[in-house]
Design a protein around this ligand. Structure first.
Ligand SMILES: NC(=O)C1=CN([C@@H]2O[C@H](COP(=O)(O)OP(=O)(O)OC[C@H]3O[C@@H](n4cnc5c(N)ncnc54)[C@H](OP(=O)(O)O)[C@@H]3O)[C@@H](O)[C@H]2O)C=CC1
Ligand SMILES: CC(=O)N[C@@H](CCC(=O)OP(=O)(O)O)C(=O)O
Length: 348
């Protein structure tokens, strides 16, 4: 089976290439950008010096003729334009941007400050949180790959909602941190070395575009169909290259215990090999998932406050972007979900 990548020279695109180079069934057919057409992929990517591929012009009809799937690893705002060009063609689309994740166009325009994608395309897109939406993904033609922070947060919160410990009215605080590759390849005044080195920054305070994405999915899981209580969600930049940690605090509806929670999480995720639940009283760090598609979760209950603390870590470029996109491609094509992704984290 063949795939193409648009946005192949960005961090998400390059990670797709790295992972697909070891995939047993999905082979790269063509690579595309808007600014480097005709150049070799390795011209600006010395780590791919062994690859001969050229960067090609983005011709949707040619891509659809030659590939089964196209990955759009392009910025928000760009993806929605590109998807419209693929929507009538015989090809499956997996979009890594935020353009198709929110079901309400007004919400997208409010949080992303850009025009929303056309409504029929939004309606066709399926939210690609692989562990929780595989049946819908299998039948879809357009997958909206989740954001990096929502992936870590939602995988960590899901069992509380689906097993009835939390509900729409529950108070949730998510304190999230990311490595700098989460901001993409282009350097900025915020991300360049002398700004980030030996520094720790909060950003987009109470304004992050992933707030509505997390609330939307929590609403789907809440069993009482009430509007979701607004979450508190804040993000920090950490001077490291990859990794996300989401530390979450949730007031639950009944007394529980740390041992009960660990058992519950292990049961919920027992058939999901990429989600690993830590033993009682152990909590994950970002390095233990570096370069892998794992999401590692630690959970505990504070009897003093009646709150659950969940700690969830992922590699933002793998489970938070390219890895989950390939997991979704596997699901879409009826392949084993772990195909091409069953590598151990890089450690130390
Ligand atoms: N980095 C991360 O950890 C995560 C990123 N995402 C999302 O994935 C997407 C890609 O992110 P990331 O790789 O970090 O971003 P980058 O900025 O690193 O890369 C963007 C890529 O898109 C290409 N591009 C830009 N405009 C166009 C266009 N009009 N047509 C074709 N290609 C275009 C760029 O190349 P050129 O300029 O040459 O065209 C580049 O290859 C974004 O939507 C991001 O929000 C999601 C989860 C995590
Ligand atoms: C560290 C860092 O800057 N991370 C980015 C994540 C970008 C992303 O995934 O945004 P989309 O919703 O457009 O996909 C951010 O916080 O905006």
């Amino acid at each position: 089976m063949f795939v193409s990548i648009v946005g192949a020279t960005g961090y998400g695109g390059l990670e797709l290439i790295r992972l697909l180079n070891n995939h047993p069934h999905l082979k790269i057919k063509s690579l595309h950008t808007s600014s480097q057409i005709g150049r070799s992929l390795h011209d600006e990517n010395a780590h791919l010096m062994h690859m001969k591929d050229k960067l090609e012009i983005m011709d949707p009809e040619a891509i659809a003729k030659n590939s089964d799937i196209v990955f759009l690893a392009t910025p928000s705002g760009v993806s929605s334009d590109l998807i419209s060009q693929f929507s009538d063609l015989d090809i499956k689309v997996i979009d890594l941007s935020g353009d198709l994740r929110l079901q309400t166009p007004g919400e997208y325009e409010y949080w992303y400050k850009k025009p929303a994608a056309p409504q029929p395309i939004i309606e066709k897109a399926v939210y690609g949180l692989s562990e929780w939406n595989a049946n819908a993904i299998k039948q879809s033609t357009i997958v909206a790959n989740p954001g990096c922070y929502p992936t870590a947060s939602l995988l960590g919160l899901a069992p509380l909602y689906t097993e009835g410990l939390a509900e729409a009215a529950s108070d949730v605080i998510i304190d999230a941190k990311s490595g700098v590759s989460g901001a993409g390849k282009s350097p900025s005044a915020v991300t360049h070395f002398s700004e980030m080195n030996e520094n720790f920054k909060i950003y987009k305070v109470n304004q992050h575009q992933h707030i509505p994405e997390i609330e939307q999915q929590l609403g789907r899981w809440s069993q009482n169909m009430l509007p979701i209580h607004p979450i508190t969600f804040n993000t920090h930049l950490v001077p490291m290259t990859r990794g996300i940690m989401a530390t979450m605090y949730i007031k639950v509806d009944r007394q529980t215990s740390s041992a009960e929670l660990v058992d519950l999480y292990k049961t919920v995720y027992e058939d999901h090999p990429f989600v690993r639940v830590q033993p009682h009283n152990q909590f994950p760090s970002t390095k233990q998932v570096f370069g892998s598609n794992f999401c590692d979760i630690g959970v505990t209950y504070d009897e003093r406050t009646g709150k659950v603390t969940v700690v969830s870590v992922i590699d933002n470029l793998v489970k938070g972007a390219a890895g989950q996109a390939i997991q979704n491609a596997n699901i879409l094509m009826g392949l084993e979900e772990t195909a091409g992704l069953w590598n151990s984290p890089l450690y130390p």
